[in-house]
Design a binder for this molecule. Structure first.
Ligand SMILES: [Zn+2]
Length: 350
């Protein structure tokens, strides 16, 4: 029987697909994700996010005006998420989508008031178990996004306490997002919450530096901060680059997100390679993959298009495992899994 050898490009695409991946920046996107699940169940098409993103880029100037449009369309009734079956199904959809692209670890960001639901971590772990039946390599961790100035002080304290107590039940980290997002914010409250969080073993990451350099220096010196989401504006100031390098803070790069929201003028202008050249570690993330029509495989392909070789992408995956918010046992297991998978697939430099 005659087999046609795949062309170089196809071979490269297949190697990229097989490459083990980690997504360290993905939001749960309740309504958009639920819409995908319900659409499949009802045999209809899901909401057309591709058209939405095209309009977003056409109708709104880059930066904050586009950011404000995220999570503003509700194609599925968020109330339906109260049904445990729906909650599990949408997380299964999120994890399976990543697993199909070769993800071995996905760190899911829960936001809003999900953290006040008594059993959400159980439902999350059930979704992970279900996906592992089909994709045994897939692992998932939960982190909580705290919108620090979204709540009255008592409400915020209630959410913080819920998160701290969930550290014993599988919550692995906190992500702070603080308004004003692109101007100097006041970080004193965040400092004390971060200290309480690291005392119970939670990791800390912060959304900053996406649309201006404001807050980057402040968040880089908060207790326990090992990662920053986006931080593309760090390259605007050598002092910030030196600070991130000195503290070895990892930048979570979400390429599609940064292009669509206009944090960078174009993919080619993304500073990910400059960050690496400056000795600042990077990882990849999808941010809001349903709304932005991406997945973790696509993000690795975009990084490859920016010149990262398969070996460099593997290094990104390895680093992501080393800075992921997970248990020491899991980290060890995942690092072994990565090495085993690499030697069995025998990735070729291209
Ligand atoms: Zn984000």
């Amino acid at each position: 029987m005659h087999h046609t050898l795949p062309s170089g490009e196809e071979q490269s695409a297949r190697h990229l697909l097989n490459l083990p991946k980690v997504d360290l920046h993905i939001h749960q996107e309740v309504s958009p994700r639920l819409d995908r699940v319900l659409a499949a169940r009802e045999g209809r098409l899901p909401y057309d996010w591709m058209t939405w993103a095209t309009r977003l880029m056409h109708d709104f100037p880059p930066g904050i005006p586009r950011l404000r449009q995220l999570a503003s369309v509700f194609p599925a009734d968020p109330g339906l998420d109260a049904l445990p079956d729906n909650f599990i199904a949408r997380l299964e959809d999120l994890l399976e989508e990543a697993a199909m692209q070769g993800a071995i670890l996905v760190e899911v960001r829960f936001g809003g008031e999900t953290m006040l639901l008594p059993d959400y971590l159980d439902l999350f772990q059930e979704a992970e178990r279900r996906v592992q039946i089909r994709y045994p390599h897939l692992h998932a961790e939960a982190i909580a996004v705290l919108l620090l100035n979204r709540y009255e002080p008592e409400r915020l304290e209630q959410i913080v306490q819920a998160c701290l107590s969930q550290a014993a039940h599988g919550l692995r980290g906190l992500d702070f997002l603080y308004e004003p997002y692109h101007e100097e914010a006041e970080w004193e409250m965040a400092r004390s919450i971060a200290q309480r969080a690291i005392d119970v073993g939670l990791g800390i990451t912060i959304h900053a530096g996406e649309f201006s350099a404001a807050n980057l220096a402040a968040v880089a010196t908060l207790p326990g901060v090992s990662r920053i989401g986006h931080a593309v504006f760090a390259t605007s100031d050598q002092y910030l680059l030196d600070l991130l390098r000195a503290r070895q803070i990892t930048v979570e790069c979400c390429l599609s997100c940064n292009v669509i929201l206009g944090a960078v003028p174009s993919l080619q202008d993304h500073p990910i390679r400059r960050l690496v050249a400056q000795g600042i570690p990077v990882v990849l993330g999808t941010d809001d993959p349903v709304q932005l029509s991406t997945n973790i495989g696509q993000e690795y392909r975009l990084a490859h298009a920016l010149g990262f070789s398969q070996q460099e992408l593997t290094e990104i995956t390895r680093h992501a495992l080393s800075v992921a918010f997970t248990t020491p046992e899991r980290r060890c297991h995942l690092l072994t899994l990565l090495e085993t998978s690499l030697s069995s697939h025998q990735f070729h430099e291209r």
